[in-house]
Ligand binder design. Structure first.
Ligand code: PMP
Length: 412
């Protein structure tokens, strides 16, 4: 079996060479934001040095060049996620923006009093709050799919939650706390059986394993560039053409119109209808470069590497007494997002202790407070993996956790 060229990959991310608090940096917070390889930075720099201009406006040479690069990036995204047309790819500022777009446009137009919206208890606030507030405004009902003790979706409960009243099922592909990979193809099929639309939050999925929106049957699929080696401030909303065509624009301004008079306006076709104002042109070009980078590695190898490393983390952490790991115990059912708590130590104290050893992890509620409540905790420590992590990083994490445990035990 082929393996990732781990040495070469680490060299592609110069940030990893630095020291933090005098210790070699170990970056275990890629679920929040991944690092960016030099090839992506290089592509953006080249764009700014040779082709920078606004898109879809000028007839001048640079404007045409920039527009071509921007639209080529859209096609690259479409191919990467298996969309049938680049017109189904809308550039947004990130996953949060994509989800809000669907709520403000599709939601406002289609959700009525008495309708039901189904989400899961493991949603990030970005895929919860737009639906919670829409439901309140429209007097619709928000229903939650619960999870089992080991952090998997309760599929039996789910079948009862989705009914003929359900207009929308909004579900995360992968939990940003538990790492659980949800069986979204089955859930989407169930939603469709009942006549509901399925929206998937792919923020923690895209870039970690192959995603094909057409094969999944997703009506909408949202994700962010900065979690998959692209810059911050660029994201994607994929939507089925027949849905996007019927939706009203969510922001109004330049470049999203067909015609404007004193009395009214008509809208441009998708995707321009949803891209008011100057878009994040260099961000889109950076996203395309990140896709080139991932394709050069092979997503299947990325998945295998992260699964193997996740198994290693689960094994190592399970040996630390007093440590609770949340989420599925089987590495193939999850990605490398591992949340845990160490008895008697606040997650923020633990994350600070790890930082002193150069290890960057996240601590908090991870923008998933209803999930925290269901896990009967307020916060967790979260270590999250990417292609540039290796077993040495995990060994260091484990020994640093052991040391922190001993240190804090002296104060009890
Ligand atoms: N959904 C999930 C599952 C996430 O993990 C995140 C980021 N933590 C988001 C949505 C929001 O992404 P962004 O902040 O890039 O808009």
């Amino acid at each position: 079996m082929d393996k990732l060229n781990a040495k070469k990959i680490r060299a592609d991310f110069p940030i990893l060479k630095q020291k933090i608090n005098g210790e070699q940096l170990i970056y275990l917070d890629s679920a929040a934001t991944s690092q960016m390889p030099v090839s992506v930075e290089e592509k953006i720099r080249r764009f700014n040095e040779t082709s920078r201009a606004n898109v879809h406006r000028g007839v001048h040479t640079l404007g045409v060049k920039a527009t071509k690069l921007y639209e080529k990036s859209r096609q690259k995204v479409a191919d990467f996620i298996g969309a049938s047309s680049a017109k189904e790819v809308i550039f947004t500022s990130g996953c949060t923006d994509s989800l809000n777009l669907v709520a403000a446009s599709f939601g406002e137009q289609n959700i009525q009093a008495g309708d039901e919206i189904v989400v899961s208890i493991m949603e990030h606030h970005s895929n919860l709050l737009p639906w919670q507030q829409l439901a309140k405004r429209k007097k619709a009902q928000l229903k939650f799919i619960e999870i089992s003790k080991d952090g998997r979706l309760d599929l039996n409960g789910l079948k009862n939650k989705i009914s003929s009243k359900t207009k929308l099922v909004a579900l995360t592909h992968v939990s940003n706390v538990l790492g659980t990979i949800n069986p979204i193809k089955e859930v989407i099929a169930l939603a469709h059986e009942k006549g509901a639309i399925a929206l998937i939050d792919g923020a923690q999925a895209v870039g970690h394993f192959p995603v094909n929106v057409t094969d999944l049957g997703a009506d909408f699929y949202a994700f962010s560039g900065h979690k998959m080696f692209a810059p911050t401030g660029i994201g994607v909303l994929y939507g089925k053409r027949e849905l996007l065509d019927k939706m009203l624009p969510y922001r109004l301004g330049g470049e999203m119109i067909a015609n404007v008079t004193r009395d009214g306006a008509t809208w441009a076709e998708v995707p321009q209808k949803f891209e008011a104002g100057t878009p994040n042109i260099s961000g889109a070009i950076g996203l395309a470069a990140a896709i080139d980078y991932l394709n050069s590695i092979d997503l299947q190898l990325v998945k295998e590497h992260e699964t193997e490393l996740t198994a290693y983390v689960l094994e190592k952490l399970s040996k630390i007494s007093g440590l609770t790991i949340y989420g599925p115990k089987e590495s193939y059912e999850r990605t490398g997002v591992i949340s845990f708590n160490l008895k008697g130590i606040h997650p923020h104290d633990l994350a600070t202790a790890l930082d002193l050893d150069g290890i960057e992890v996240r601590a908090g509620h991870h923008c998933a407070q209803p999930l925290m409540e269901s896990l009967e905790t307020e916060s967790t420590v979260r270590a999250s993996l990417s292609i540039y992590n290796n077993k040495n990083d995990i060994d260091k994490l484990t020994s640093s956790l052991q040391e922190a445990k001993e240190f804090f035990s002296e104060f009890r």
